[in-house]
Design a protein around this ligand. Structure first.
Ligand SMILES: Cc1ncc(COP(=O)(O)O)c(C=O)c1O
Length: 451
């Protein structure tokens, strides 16, 4: 298993050949996800047991039966949820990082990888306008980043003193991501949910909610979203920063999806105020074109995160007895971590930041053009003007079952993956653009199929 023998040589040939072919797919086909478990059971029968099998046989089962049973999030036809579109450079380098078992736990073990990752974090902090002190680490996703950041926010609030039996709370908009609510539950915190008419949380709305609240002293944080998942709405970050400052609250900005658009000049003004964030999350595995799984987590004052997250153990003393060294393990609720920021670092170095900005602008442009195409069709209606790369629209006269049938047919015909969503209780259609190669003809075809 660990020597370079005939089986290893065979796998190097066949697995790398498969990876090469996959990398050369342009465009990546959509494929289909959901399968009958019995069908998958039958496909895998006998493979996992005491005795091994020929690697080509196992790879063959993967290639023929498992891979096509996964919808390709990196296909330009994947227009649902939040797609992925890792660059070729990032995919290749991800493979290299895996082959070399590159980890990024402590400076003692992994200074090279951590230094490169930190350069990317610095770039993101600069784009957000965060101070020179800002820093953090890459974690597995926005959910992990939100949990890690809000754990710090809660600990900082506790420094103000906790009343017996008190639960801490965070102010959020009704559009905050589900992972935020999950985080609050895990941290035994409650949400002060502020619903606004147009679904965008503003400073005045937050201030009003705090003033009307019976227990404002139990608030620990204001959680803003920079690009809501369902509609791409950027909250009033400047206004919320002001409110957070007035009430001595931690400002957390969840930009897991939308934060990448900081690089896009056409929408950068909408992020004004993000520079005041105490913690900020952006997922490169979404709109910064990195492979799964990769979220960037930045703190304004990383020492606070270190205070909360550093793990103490005799065998770890050696990494903490070296002043000034950066240990990513200390900035989130993890210990072992792969250097998951490295594929992004490599890709940014290869293509340059300008190419990223252009690719992000392309998705924003697709959303604007799609809105225009929707306006041209009398059977369609835009739910709201897109702010980033998500477009919500309705087909007049349709019931939820009609949307479900239309979406199922799009997938069956391998045209697009575009599950419907709900908006104010109504089932509507939703484009989530991200891949820069999604063609406008595809958008038109999807819309024409609703006629
Ligand atoms: C705004 C927002 N926050 C958090 C998350 C959770 O991120 P992840 O799925 O990487 O855990 C998402 C995912 O779509 C998101 O859009």
């Amino acid at each position: 298993m660990h020597s370079v023998d005939a089986t290893t040589e065979q796998m190097i040939r066949s697995v790398l050949a498969y990876a090469e072919n996959r990398l050369r797919l342009d465009p990546v086909p959509l494929d289909k996800g959901s399968r009958d478990p019995a069908e998958l059971d039958a496909a895998l029968r006998g493979l996992l047991g005491e005795d091994g099998h020929d690697p080509d046989q196992v790879l063959g089962v993967y290639a023929a039966l498992l891979a096509p049973a996964v919808i390709s999030a990196d296909s330009p036809r994947f227009l649902g949820f939040i797609p992925a579109a890792p660059t070729k450079a990032s995919l290749l380098f991800d493979m290299l990082i895996s082959c070399a078992s590159i980890q990024g736990i402590s400076w003692l073990e992994a200074a090279g990888a951590i230094h490169a990752e930190n350069q990317v974090l610095r770039l993101l902090a600069d784009k957000a306008g965060m101070p020179a002190s800002a820093g953090g680490c890459f974690v597995s996703g926005g959910s992990a980043a939100n949990l890690s950041a809000l754990a710090v926010a809660r600990e900082m609030a506790k420094r103000r003193g906790t009343r017996p039996g008190q639960r801490w709370r965070a102010l959020v908009s009704a559009e905050a991501h589900s992972s935020v609510h999950n985080t609050l539950r895990l941290l035994e915190m409650d949400a002060l949910v502020v619903a606004t008419g147009d679904h965008r949380l503003t400073g005045p709305a937050a201030r009003g909610a705090i003033e009307a609240d019976g227990d404002p002293g139990s608030l620990a944080a204001v959680i803003a979203t920079a690009g809501t998942t369902n509609a791409g709405i950027i909250d009033d970050l400047a206004g919320l920063a002001e409110v957070a400052r007035e009430h001595d609250l931690w400002l957390h900005v969840d930009g897991a999806y939308g934060g990448a658009a900081l690089l896009a000049p056409s929408v950068r003004p909408a992020f004004a105020g993000i520079e005041h964030a105490d913690s900020f999350v952006v997922d490169p595995h979404k709109w910064l074109f990195a492979p799964y799984d990769c979220a960037a987590l930045l703190y304004r004052d990383p020492a606070l995160a270190r205070f909360v997250h550093t793990q103490d153990a005799g065998y770890l003393d050696v990494i903490h007895e070296r002043p000034g060294e950066w240990n990513p393990t200390d900035y989130a609720y993890h210990l072992t971590r792969r250097a998951r920021g490295m594929p992004l670092w490599f890709s940014l170095c290869v293509y340059g930041v300008r190419a990223y900005a252009a690719a992000i602008e392309t998705a924003i442009g697709l959303a604007r053009q799609a809105a225009h195409e929707i306006a041209l069709r009398d059977y369609l209606q835009l739910v709201r003007e897109p702010g980033l790369s998500i477009v919500l629209f309705r087909r007049l006269g349709w019931e939820p079952a009609d949307y479900a049938r239309w979406a199922a047919r799009l997938l069956d015909d391998q045209v697009a993956f575009m599950p419907p969503t709900t908006w104010d209780g109504e089932t509507v259609a939703r484009f989530a653009f991200l891949h820069p190669h999604t063609p406008m003809e595809l958008v038109s075809e999807v819309l024409d199929r609703m006629a």
